[in-house]
Design a protein around this ligand. Structure first.
Ligand SMILES: Cc1cc2nc3c(=O)[nH]c(=O)nc-3n(C[C@H](O)[C@H](O)[C@H](O)COP(=O)(O)OP(=O)(O)OC[C@H]3O[C@@H](n4cnc5c(N)ncnc54)[C@H](O)[C@@H]3O)c2cc1C
Length: 435
């Protein structure tokens, strides 16, 4: 079946099309025979929730709304940047149709514009959708204003010339071009102080760019500007790779804050605390290319929908559940969650998706679901060199609050193979790929 007609059919079966104005007072009520569960955002969290809901209860009317017409993976994108064998751009790209056909939910390929939680409706670029339960899995947005305030021109320039690369698509393609055209000098990556999507990703990216420079004998160095005292994740293995494998290719600058970038003079300004003089000192770093990762926050739609968030922008939840503090019929999982010590990873999103699907299914059947006895787990792999990888795992206990217990592996060839197997297994399952 052609994609267009397939999606059209999905929309019809969704039977939740209402009117074309969110403010319309005379909404025509469709006869709801089955519980309508609307999932906003078709990233790893949304796709996994749709899959598990239909697996647990095929009778549920599950609809996924996503603005992109194809899925591009962030996991393994650094390996593609670093030219790791077997990782092509194609291996990051997947079609939504296969996932939808395999698990039999509805898919609407439109942009979500607004949510009215009092009327339990969602406005997309094309229609209004009604829900009984809303699952919001819209991921992150960048908070450039936090660094550059109201300097819109500067923000525009940074987005175009020094992309953060935490979102797939154009940002990643631009980074690839910057790496492939690199002749010599410094490639600077800056990290925000506050929490961001995928804690190990910038360190993995530094390794992968350095791997490319090493492989192609490029006289370049990756400079990593980090406000932390050590890498945010897998610190031991990253420091080992920086100091041994990439001694001449990576310079790690801990306890250093990014302040500004000047694209004319090609200078990055940083600030760090000097213990000797007991003062903050400003330094200048020359760069050829740069990737500025600004502070992250939850997608702007959460704020628009008046869903309560913490100062940084992550969504507040009703402990120990994934229901928002604002509305018990609206759930949030994935990168936008703010309540628990969950790393912002695809595997974590998938684990939470199973728990969430179990809760919604129990609620529909008037059963009680105990989050304290259903805790998620995480394993996050990183590729650090042409042949070696490592992982960090998280398991949880609930003792008045969520407690994380984490473990980090060593850097090894075996972990490199397991990382590739994880990616293949995870995406094959989600997108119905055989073999
Ligand atoms: C470089 C990199 C490497 C990573 N490596 C790993 C790894 O090895 N293992 C791992 O577990 N995790 C990894 N991650 C983390 C992982 O990618 C994220 O944690 C995961 O994607 C979070 O899923 P999500 O569904 O919450 O958000 P997303 O995947 O960001 O999905 C949000 C979705 O919402 C859609 N959306 C947003 N706004 C709208 C709108 N208005 N209308 C319609 N749709 C909208 C977006 O298009 C998107 O598809 C990595 C991340 C990066 C950046």
């Amino acid at each position: 079946m052609k994609r267009r007609s397939f999606i059209k059919l999905s929309i019809i079966t969704a039977s939740i099309l209402l009117t074309n104005s969110i403010e319309a007072s005379s909404l025509k009520e469709t006869k709801i025979k089955r519980t309508n569960i609307l999932i906003l955002g078709g990233g790893f969290a949304g796709l996994s929730t749709a899959k598990y809901l239909k697996q647990l209860n095929p009778n549920l009317n599950v609809t996924l709304v996503e603005k992109n017409n194809m899925f591009i993976s962030c996991p393994f994108s650094n390996a593609w940047l670093g030219e790791i064998d077997g990782i092509s751009y194609k291996s990051l790209c997947f079609d939504y149709n296969s996932a939808v056909l395999k698990y039999n939910y509805n898919f609407i390929n439109e942009t979500i514009l607004d949510i009215n939680k009092d009327k339990k409706i969602v406005q997309t670029s094309n229609q209004i959708l009604k829900y009984d339960y809303l699952v919001m899995t819209l991921g992150i947005d960048y908070n450039y204003k936090k660094i550059f305030r109201k300097n819109k021109e500067k923000i525009k320039e940074v987005i175009l010339k020094a992309p953060a690369g935490l979102k797939p698509g154009s940002e990643l393609l631009k980074l690839k071009k910057m790496i492939e055209n690199f002749k010599s000098g410094n490639f600077v990556i800056t990290l925000p102080k506050s929490s961001y999507k995928c804690p190990p990703a910038p360190y993995e990216r530094a390794c992968m760019i350095a791997n490319y420079f090493k492989k192609h004998h490029i006289d370049g160095k990756v400079i990593l500007i980090d406000p932390r005292v050590k890498p945010a994740s897998k610190a031991k293995v990253y420091l080992e790779a920086f100091n041994k494998d990439y001694k001449d290719f990576i310079e790690y600058k801990p306890l250093t804050n990014f302040k500004d970038i000047d694209f004319n003079t090609k200078i990055i300004y940083t600030k760090n605390f000097d213990e000797k003089s007991n003062k903050y000192i400003t330094s200048e770093i020359a760069f050829e290319e740069a990737s500025i990762i600004p502070p992250n926050k939850a997608n702007k739609l959460y704020k628009k929908a008046k869903i309560e968030t913490y100062t940084q922008g992550w969504v507040k939840l009703r402990k120990p559940t994934y229901q928002t503090l604002t509305d018990e019929n609206i759930y949030v999982i994935g990168d936008a969650q703010g309540e628990y010590p969950f790393p912002k990873s695809a595997q974590m999103a998938s684990s939470c998706a199973y728990i969430l699907a179990s809760d919604i299914n129990a609620r529909i059947n008037n059963e009680v679901f105990d989050y304290k006895k259903n805790l998620p787990g995480n394993v996050c792999y990183s590729i650090l060199t042409q042949t070696k990888g490592a992982w960090v795992s998280h398991k949880y206990e609930y003792k008045n609050k969520m407690i994380a217990i984490s473990e980090t592996s060593s850097l090894s060839k075996e972990n490199f193979t397991t990382a590739k197997d994880w990616y293949k297994g995870f995406t094959n399952e989600l997108f119905d790929i055989k073999g």
